[in-house]
Design a protein around this ligand. Structure first.
Ligand code: HEM
Length: 358
């Protein structure tokens, strides 16, 4: 090959590389732009999709953890303002039931807040803004108009309270006790199911799960190992669901805040009154203090909103639970009605699948 053709070939190759690079760069910019929705876009954004119900044939308590989708550690969606109102009301009227921080957890709570603010200001930069001045930080939420100050001398408000006033997720801090067991050192659990942090603050993971059937036989050891092995670079997530019944007139506050019972008085629930309450749980180790942050996003779907496949999977799982598991999960309250609905929908689907897809 002579010098001229060598030169021509090099120019040709360089132009290909340059075109590719420009394409990648512009798609990167587009992605970055698409990842930073404004307040109005967020008001229309669907919640982060919940894990579908799998339809397991046999009941087992499982960890079923997967790598955290780090881009979406915390989420903001169209329900933000409605849920924010409930969260503010709870922190106003039920504070000690939904927020408890043991004194030794202060540094970890502050670190968790710093991580939350850093994340929200990067991921949703059109909504959250921070300004740092020495060791003080001010964070402003453009959607709610609220501003919070933390760090330095600002010690009046618990850092975890500020964090959950910004997020849609409930947040807890787990620390190790002298026996090397993780315990609930701080928690802002505003949307609990059948428990309050006031009763359970300081409890170990093992004690917290005492009521869960087969916890100790099937999963306790794996959970301890899993928590011990988490590193700041290996955050994880898992999903869980409960089924509950609401009254037709129940408002969002009462549905989300369930400190005592899973199911309200409603002897004859319709498919719209049966709620599939899913939790997306995230686990992160904080790099500075070494504590764990446990996040829980609650997603509500009524039975009639479930797609056909998931409805059938749910029916399969409900039927697979042994008696004592069914009892723990409150199956006697909603089970017969839910199964009746699943069977009816399945029959209709078999008769006319196309109509059911509409
Ligand atoms: C990998 C870790 C974890 C696993 C596998 C796990 C699993 C479970 C399961 C299967 C249930 C029963 C839910 C049902 O009825 O379907 C449950 C309940 C519960 N979990 Fe966890 N969990 C984990 C971590 C945590 C953490 C970190 C906390 C700390 C707040 C927590 C607090 C609770 C509470 C309070 C309940 C309700 C227990 C009751 O019935 O009174 N869990 N968990």
């Amino acid at each position: 090959m002579n010098t001229l053709s060598c030169l021509a070939l090099s120019i040709f190759l360089l132009s290909i590389i340059f075109t590719r690079y420009r394409k990648n760069l512009s798609s990167l910019c587009r992605t970055k732009h698409a990842q930073e929705p404004g307040c109005n876009d967020l008001k229309k954004m669907a919640p982060y999709p919940a894990q579908p119900i799998k339809g397991r044939e046999r009941y087992r308590v499982m960890m079923d953890v997967r790598k955290l989708d780090v881009e979406n550690w915390l989420t903001v969606d169209k329900n933000y303002m409605d849920e924010h109102e409930v969260r503010s009301q709870l922190l106003e009227t039920e504070k000690s039931k939904v927020l408890q921080c043991l004194p030794e957890s202060y540094d970890a709570c502050l670190e968790a807040l710093e991580e939350v603010v850093e994340f929200l200001c990067q991921r949703f930069s059109n909504v959250f803004e921070q300004k740092k001045c020495g060791d003080e930080t001010t964070v402003h939420n453009k959607m709610t108009g609220e501003t919070f100050c933390f760090g330095g001398k600002n010690k009046d408000v618990d850092p975890l309270e500020i964090a959950v006033r910004l997020t849609m997720e409930d947040l807890s801090i787990l620390m190790k006790n002298e026996e090397d067991e993780y315990y609930l050192a701080a928690s802002a659990s505003l949307f609990p199911v059948g428990w309050t942090v006031q009763d359970r603050i300081g409890w170990t993971i093992s004690k917290l799960h005492n009521p869960v059937p087969l916890w100790h036989q099937q999963v306790a050891n794996s959970v301890s190992k899993f928590l011990a092995r988490l590193t700041p670079a290996s955050p994880m997530e898992r999903s869980n669901y409960f089924v509950e019944v609401k009254r037709p007139d129940e408002d969002l506050f009462e549905i989300l805040y369930r400190p005592t019972s899973l199911s309200e008085e409603n002897p004859d629930p319709t498919p719209q009154d049966i709620v599939i309450r899913r939790e997306r749980q995230t686990f992160r180790r904080l790099p500075r203090t070494g504590a764990l942050v446990f996040g829980v996003k609650t997603i509500l779907t009524t039975l009639d909103e479930l797609p056909m496949q998931e409805l059938q999977n749910l029916a399969k799982e409900i039927r697979s639970w042994p008696e004592y598991v069914g009892e723990y999960k409150g199956r006697e309250v909603w089970g017969p009605k839910a199964l009746e609905y699943c069977e009816k929908k399945s029959r209709m689907y078999q008769q006319d699948p196309e109509k059911m897809m509409v």
